[in-house]
Design a protein around this ligand. Structure first.
Ligand code: CP
Ligand code: NVA
Length: 338
């Protein structure tokens, strides 16, 4: 008998897990956060080696995997895109076989979903998707953990994502929210709305859980009654040539205090996966100001610093949730059914 329904599994996309398994990971994350705050050790991965592969940059995901691995008693090893042969001199299949023979688990952040899937297929160890062009599943556990911390529940909460409605964050929020019974509104211009494939996947789950989703370009209709306003950068990693087009298209979809008022909900919160362009304290921020005369993109500095904002709690939760994901899939924990 296997001791855990999670042991040895990969998290490549949200659909790899069931609703109750996602709920378990969220609750386990909250438990591990409590242990951490109380200083109670939780070395479930003592003696394990974890590879951290990054083709794209990262602050939160890299830091969260690193500190989570150390807190769990494991050894994390960062393998950046210029450090290893992957892609340039060695195939994904061969790399996966080598890494799988030395490491007990592999995190991958990069462009292609196929690469993360092949790493899992050929390595024989759990692989965790730290973001691809299509999905950001580890972020989802932290995000819905943050929603649960703030509202005490998930079912019936309305989370409205405004901005680039066809990027990895929008895809993941639409599908995961639908799995968990959270109502998801995607508010985006017509040309930046989710693909039919992602909508169909979400709709299938929503039918089971009762999520009431809305995909619209109408800001007023989309944000009304929201409990959470969520946004992400207008230009994702790998699309840096799209700033001009996106600035023009997405200006009406910026989270600002006027949009907060439009929710009509004084108990609402603001979330953002980060990094955020809320001022011109960054290279990109300065360039966009020079080119287009705007100092804030997807969220105003006022909204970002307002009493509604929860993005830094959400960022901290990345560590607790990644810890839960790694421990559940690699720690031989007794989890009879999720
Ligand atoms: N939210 C998130 O994934 O942040 P990083 O890109 O810094 O990892
Ligand atoms: N959509 C963003 C998310 C960053 C966490 C990107 O892919 O760059």
């Amino acid at each position: 008998m296997t001791n855990s329904v999670f042991q040895g599994r990969s998290l490549l996309a949200e659909k790899d897990f069931t609703k109750s398994e996602l709920e378990y990971l969220i609750d386990f994350s909250l438990h591990l956060k409590d242990l951490k705050k109380k200083g109670i050790p939780h070395h479930y991965l003592e003696g394990k080696n974890i590879a951290l592969l990054f083709e794209k940059n990262s602050t939160r995901t890299r830091s969260a995997f690193t500190t989570a691995a150390i807190d769990l008693g494991a050894h994390p090893e960062f393998l950046g895109k210029n450090d290893i042969q992957l892609g340039k001199k060695e195939s994904v299949e061969d790399t996966a076989k080598v890494l799988g023979s030395m490491f007990d688990g592999i995190e991958f952040r990069g462009f292609s979903q196929k690469v993360v899937e092949d790493l899992a297929k050929y390595s024989g160890v759990p692989v965790w998707n730290g973001l691809t062009d299509e999905w950001h599943p580890t972020q989802m556990i932290a995000d819905f953990m943050t929603v649960k911390e703030n509202f005490g529940k998930l079912k019936g909460v309305t989370l409205t994502y405004v901005g680039d409605g066809r990027n990895n964050m929008a895809n993941s929020l639409l599908v995961t929210g639908s799995m968990l019974g959270v109502n998801i509104h995607i508010v985006a211009p017509d040309s930046l709305q989710p693909t039919q494939e992602v909508r169909d996947l979400a709709e299938g789950y929503a039918k089971e859980t009762g999520s009431k989703n809305m995909i619209t370009s109408d800001v007023d209709a989309g944000v009304k009654g929201s409990d959470v306003l969520y946004t992400d950068v207008w230009v994702s990693m790998g699309e840096e040539d799209k700033f001009e087009e996106r600035v023009k298209l997405l200006k009406p979809y910026q989270i600002n205090m006027d949009m907060v008022k439009k929710t009509g909900n004084e108990n609402m919160i603001i979330m953002h996966c980060l990094p955020a362009f809320h001022d011109i304290e960054t290279e990109y921020g300065k360039k966009i100001d020079e080119q287009f005369g705007i100092q804030e993109m997807e969220i105003t500095d006022e909204a970002f610093r307002s009493k509604y904002a929860r993005q830094f709690e959400e960022a901290e939760n990345r560590m607790h949730s990644i810890k839960a994901i790694m421990a559940a899939t690699l720690g031989n924990l007794f989890i009879p059914q999720a």
